[in-house]
Design a protein around this ligand. Structure first.
Ligand SMILES: [Zn+2]
Length: 333
C-alpha cells in the first residue's frame, strides 16, 4: 500500500499508488497452491468468478462460448491471471473491461490485447494515452522531493516511471480500443453484461460492470471494502461523486446482488452501503467543522471518525480523504 503525496496515479505502471489488495492467506480448498501464489479464486454465481491477486480485484464470466474479464491488475502477474482463468475454462477470452485507468487495474492489459477487445469509458483511454506526458511533467519534481526525504522506495518507483515514460511509444500502451460515454451491453450466450459509467467518484472514467443474470456487480474502485477510499481528485475524482455514483448503482441492482469491490473481499449491498456511509460521515464532519468556524488546518488536525479506525488505510489515507471532504464542502449541499 503506497501513495505519493499528490498521487497523480499515472498508472500504467506496475507500482500503482492505490491500495493493493492484501495478500491472501492460503486457504485449505486450494491444496495445489504454491506458498507464494498471489492468487485466490472464488466462484460466485452464474459463471462469474472473483479473482484476488495483487492490485484491484478481477472478476470474470465464463459463458457458453466466450469469457469476459473485468480488470487486469499488473503486467508482471498477467500470465498468472490467464493461468487462473484457464484453470476453469478453455473458452476464448473475448472481452476485457477496465473499470478505470489506474495501473493496478489496467497494468496487465497488454497480455490480453492480442485476443481480447479491451473496453472502457472514453476517459480511461485518454488518461492511459496521456500518462507518459503527465509522468514527465509531474514526476521529476516528486523525485527531487523523494530524494530529499530519503524515501528509497518512492525514488525507485519514480525513476522507473520516468524511464518508462521516456521510452514508451504511444502505440505500445494497451489502452481500450472500444470506448463509450454512458453505457454499453455485452451479450455472451444467455448473459447480458451491462457496463455503466457513473458520475465521477474515484476518477472521471469509472464504470461498474453488472452481470445481470448471474446477479453480480463489479464496482471497481467505487467500493473499497472496509478500507478508506482513495479519491483521485487529480484524475477528476470527488468525494461527493462517490455518493452519486453509489446511488446510481443502488437504484438499479436487486437487493440480493453479490458485490465485487475494487479492493477487499467480495461483499453485498450492506457492505456497499457501509462504504457509502463512510463518505457521508466524512463530509458531515467537514461541514460540522466549517459551521463551528474551524480552519482547514484545525479540521485536519482534529479529524477522526472512531467508527472507522479499523478500516485498512486509516492511518495513511484518512487525512487525505478528510482534506478532500473539506474542499468539497465549501459550497452547499
Ligand atoms: Zn483505482
Amino acid at each position: 500500500m503506497r501513495m505519493l503525496r499528490h498521487a497523480p496515479v499515472l498508472a500504467l505502471l506496475a507500482a500503482a499508488l492505490v491500495a493493493a489488495a492484501p495478500n491472501p492467506t492460503p486457504t485449505p480448498d486450494h491444496h495445489d497452491r504454491k506458498p507464494n501464489d498471489v492468487f485466490r479464486l472464488r466462484p460466485l454465481s452464474g459463471g462469474v468468478y472473483a479473482l484476488y491477486g495483487r492490485g484491484g480485484n478481477i472478476g470474470f464470466f465464463v459463458g457458453a462460448d466466450a469469457v469476459v474479464v473485468v480488470d487486469s491488475e499488473f503486467k508482471d502477474i498477467a500470465p498468472g491471471i490467464l493461468a487462473q482463468i484457464r484453470s476453469v475454462t478453455d473458452k476464448p477470452i473475448k472481452y476485457l473491461v477496465n473499470t478505470h485507468h489506474h495501473g493496478d487495474h489496467t497494468g496487465g492489459n497488454e497480455a490480453f490485447q492480442s485476443f481480447a477487445v479491451i473496453i472502457a469509458h472514453d476517459s480511461v483511454r485518454r488518461r492511459m494515452l496521456e500518462s507518459p506526458q503527465r509522468i514527465l511533467a509531474e514526476y521529476p519534481k516528486e523525485l527531487e522531493e523523494a530524494k530529499k526525504a530519503g524515501n528509497a522506495e518512492d525514488v525507485k518507483f519514480l525513476e522507473d516511471a520516468i524511464a518508462w515514460a521516456k521510452k514508451v511509444k504511444i502505440e505500445e500502451i494497451a489502452a481500450p480500443v472500444v470506448t463509450f460515454d454512458s453505457e454499453l451491453r455485452i451479450h455472451v450466450g444467455g448473459e447480458t453484461i451491462e457496463v455503466w459509467h457513473t458520475p465521477p467518484a474515484h476518477t472521471d472514467g469509472d464504470s461498474v460492470i453488472f452481470f445481470t443474470h448471474a446477479n453480480v456487480i463489479h464496482m471497481g474502485d467505487l467500493y473499497f471494502h472496509d478500507m478508506v477510499p482513495f479519491i483521485d481528485v487529480s484524475s477528476g475524482g470527488s468525494a461527493r461523486g462517490y455518493l452519486a455514483a453509489i446511488d446510481k448503482v443502488l437504484a438499479r441492482v436487486p437487493p440480493n446482488v453479490t458485490v465485487i469491490p475494487g479492493h477487499g473481499e467480495v461483499s453485498d449491498l450492506a457492505g456497499l452501503k457501509a462504504a457509502r456511509q463512510f463518505v457521508v460521515d466524512l463530509l458531515e464532519a467537514a461541514r460540522t467543522a466549517r459551521a463551528a468556524g474551524k480552519t482547514k488546518e484545525q479540521f485536519l488536525a482534529a479529524a477522526d471518525l472512531p467508527a472507522y479506525r479499523s478500516f485498512d488505510g486509516y492511518k495513511d489515507r484518512f487525512k487525505g480523504a478528510a482534506a478532500i471532504a473539506w474542499d468539497e464542502t465549501a459550497t452547499k449541499p
